[in-house]
Write a protein that binds this ligand. Structure first.
Ligand SMILES: *[C@@H]1O[C@H](CO)[C@@H](O)[C@H](O)[C@H]1NC(C)=O
Ligand SMILES: *[C@@H]1O[C@H](CO)[C@@H](O)[C@H](O)[C@H]1NC(C)=O
Ligand SMILES: *[C@@H]1O[C@H](CO)[C@@H](O)[C@H](O)[C@H]1NC(C)=O
Ligand SMILES: *[C@@H]1O[C@H](CO)[C@@H](O)[C@H](O)[C@H]1NC(C)=O
Ligand SMILES: *[C@@H]1O[C@H](CO)[C@@H](O)[C@H](O)[C@H]1NC(C)=O
Ligand SMILES: *[C@@H]1O[C@H](CO)[C@@H](O)[C@H](O)[C@H]1NC(C)=O
Length: 654
């Protein structure tokens, strides 16, 4: 007994020191994620620090995309490394998804922070987590993090009423501060302790900016930035507020009228407020870089800047918002600096958020045997280190770069402008399946709406996606290929997401299997015309607000519809999940984020901070019907069950 104990002790001591020795050489990772930031409207032009400290000191990837262009599904997909059709977190509120669904599906038991910890990392999170993590369910702590300090709904959307929960504790209201300053100060405080430890770490900093305030109102920047860029306007891109001839698109955007002058003026104001709010992101970058530098850790840390999804202002007559498949909504700012990453490079190599988990696990050196099997992306670390090298071509087929991106969305969608409701928002028939192909020679955007309408753009000739080619006879052969590919990508998993072409085996014409296809260019060979024309069209039985297998049939290959398909083997069913609604009990009309607060200490941030009172929590837990976010509050509650009441309300203690 004694003997085996001491052996055991020795073994443990040895293992621990080996892990620590190993860990000391591992690079740390800081991910700064903004909320709803476009790349295509030039928002990053207003971020001189992003350019100076990240793009110039590393690589800007101009073809990085979100696979679902909305906060909650995009973040859930990123954190799990799985397409939204596999997480089934497909919208910001029930029934598609929210924090409750993420938790009740058990997705939180197996995702990024757990895997990083296996690799010897500390994992910390500060800022907005998933929509629907709120003052009522705050006690259901986001799992896996060694420290998590999250903004809580419904206050997330009120910049000057920041309410956060630290590790699931009672919500605290940081009175007198703007949320971007609170997130920055808290993140820096954590970073200060992380840089002095030996353990490598992952720190995610996720402020709410430059998201709109309260669904439709313009972003509220820090007070010290409110007068900047008085001339800034939404860019008049070729797809900005197009006339009838250039507005032949499907779905609900196809029904929108031309924006009038007052709508355009309001949209320009929204654009300006976003540019101002992004100064708060630049301050985060500036302070993070300075702190790493001051501690001698700048060269051993990966610093990544991106957003959860993109944004449109005026394109296709849409005054403001996201959740569409067009370039504005899906193409993201993306920059990285760090060990082995060359400086001042702009790269065309495509990437998606699904690739970030594999990249981080690659950096962390987690043995492949310990990786989850369900990841849909691939590590981009080789491309980060060699962004202009042999793997830099856009065309797939060299095994290193990605040609086809799957983009998808389900459920209601809004217009983020004060006149959104007048224009018909929220829209319900908004579900679609989309394929974006990024090739040197074949470059397409193909989309099928749940209403059956199709859109096809040649994005090399028509980068603003204005001329819809769907239904034209001369594009039938292209459309047949893209349709077949979309049939695969819309329900792909793991290998079939990384290489959807692998599913196809066109006959050779003499009774044997023909050659394997690895690129669109090969697929376009006319000898494959009949084969690709033989696939059923991607379609929906009807427009539903969530992912329903029968509604989206057929799936291809058919195994995708098996009981373990669509990620079902790695999550619990959520058929009738309980959703938690939370109402507003605190308001403050002041603007915070003054010049004096630029370098506020944590102590100052806490000076007027206080716990939410029992009355405020009780009021939040019983929101007025119809006051829920996304226009779904009242009905969601009836449909999906009763609300959970956290312990501190039930027991009435503080
Ligand atoms: C502009 O359009 C909106 C509806 O989208 C309407 O509310 C507003 O009155 C219009 N303004 C003018 C000046 O016509
Ligand atoms: C980065 O490259 C651009 C052009 O390629 C050049 O003008 C600029 O000076 C470079 N910046 C740095 C910091 O090296
Ligand atoms: C028949 O298929 C085989 C194997 O793919 C190929 O080598 C051969 O050239 C084909 N013959 C004809 C007549 O197409
Ligand atoms: C949505 O689509 C369904 C068909 O799937 C149709 O019956 C319904 O009228 C549409 N609703 C709206 C508001 O367009
Ligand atoms: C997705 O979620 C909805 C709502 O919880 C559920 O009804 C549906 O069965 C789920 N779909 C899959 C494929 O898991
Ligand atoms: C909130 O309440 C807890 C428990 O009473 C207390 O320890 C903490 O200091 C309070 N926080 C604030 C900011 O007042």
């Amino acid at each position: 007994m004694r003997f085996s104990q001491s052996i055991c002790g020795l073994t443990l001591a040895y293992a621990a020191s080996a892990a620590a020795g190993d860990a000391a050489t591992k690079p740390s990772i800081i991910l700064i994620m903004s909320d709803d930031q476009d790349r295509r409207l030039g928002s990053t032009d207003f971020q001189s620090v992003l350019h100076r400290e990240i793009y110039s000191q590393g690589v800007e990837f101009i073809n990085h995309f979100a696979t679902t262009a909305q906060c909650c599904p995009s973040r859930a997909s990123f954190l799990r490394g799985q397409a939204a059709h596999n997480t089934n977190v497909t919208n910001v509120h029930a029934p598609g998804g929210n924090y409750d669904k993420w938790h009740q599906a058990g997705l939180d038991e197996d995702y990024l922070p757990h895997w990083l910890k296996k690799a010897g990392y500390r994992a910390e999170y500060v800022g907005k987590f998933l929509n629907g993590y709120n003052v009522v369910n705050a006690n259901i702590t986001p799992k896996g993090w060694d420290h998590v300090d999250a903004l809580l709904d419904p206050y997330t959307t009120y910049y000057n009423v920041p309410v956060m929960s630290q590790n699931g504790e009672r919500p605290v209201y940081y009175k007198g501060f703007h949320s971007t300053d609170v997130v920055r100060t808290k993140a820096l405080n954590r970073l200060q302790s992380l840089v002095t430890q030996d353990e490598p770490y992952y720190l995610q900093i996720a402020p709410y900016a430059p998201h709109v305030q309260n669904d439709v109102h313009r972003t509220v920047p820090l007070a010290r930035h409110m007068d900047l860029f008085p001339e800034a306007k939404a860019p008049r891109t070729p797809n900005y507020n197009p006339d009838d001839e250039h507005h032949r698109i499907g779905g609900w955007p196809g029904t929108l009228p031309l924006m009038n002058q007052s709508t355009m003026d309001t949209a320009d104001g929204a654009f300006r407020a976003r540019a101002q709010a992004l100064q708060g992101l630049d301050e985060i970058i500036e302070d993070v870089i300075a702190m790493l530098d001051a501690n001698g850790k700048l060269d051993s840390t990966y610093v990544i800047y991106t957003s959860d999804n993109g944004y449109h202002i005026g394109q296709h007559r849409l005054p403001g918002g996201k959740a569409l498949f067009y370039g504005e909504d899906t193409n993201l700012p993306f920059g990285v600096r760090g060990p082995g990453v060359p400086k001042n490079v702009t790269s065309q190599i495509p990437g998606v958020h699904l690739d970030l988990v594999p990249t981080f696990l690659d950096i962390a050196g987690l043995p492949k045997a310990d990786w989850p099997t369900f990841l849909d992306g691939q590590s981009l670390l080789p491309q980060w280190k060699d962004p202009a090298g042999s793997s830099a071509g856009l065309n797939a087929g060299d095994g290193n770069s990605k040609e086809t991106l799957n983009i998808e969305f389900w459920g209601s969608c809004t217009i983020e402008a004060p006149n959104g409701a007048e224009l018909g928002a929220p829209f319900v028939n908004t579900t679609y399946k989309t394929l974006r192909m990024l090739g040197d020679r074949q470059s397409w955007l193909f989309s099928v709406w749940c209403t059956g309408e199709m859109e096809l753009y040649d994005t090399a000739a028509d980068p603003y996606e204005v001329t819809n080619l769907a239904g034209t006879p001369e594009h039938e052969t292209v459309l047949n290929r893209l349709n077949a590919l979309l049939l695969v990508t819309k329900s792909c998993a793991e290998g079939t997401c990384r290489d959807p072409w692998s599913v196809f085996t066109p006959p050779g014409g003499n009774g044997t299997d023909g050659e394997k296809i690895t690129t669109m260019q090969q697929a376009m060979d006319s000898k494959h015309d009949a084969y690709f024309a033989s696939f059923p069209r991607v379609h929906f039985a009807s427009c539903m607000q969530y992912q329903d297998i029968a509604n989206e049939a057929p799936l291809y290959p058919e195994s995708a519809a098996s009981p373990k398909g669509l990620g079902q083997g790695a999550r619990r069913p959520t058929g009738n999940f309980v959703t938690t609604d939370a109402g507003v009990a605190i308001a403050d009309a002041e603007f915070y984020g003054t010049v004096e607060q630029r370098h506020a200490t944590l102590e100052q941030v806490y000076a007027q901070a206080r716990n939410l009172t029992d009355e405020e929590l009780a009021a939040s837990a019983a929101p007025k019907k119809g006051k829920g976010k996304g226009g779904d509050g009242g009905t969601a509650e009836k449909r999906w069950g009763v609300q959970e009441v956290p312990e501190w309300i039930r027991l009435g203690h503080d």
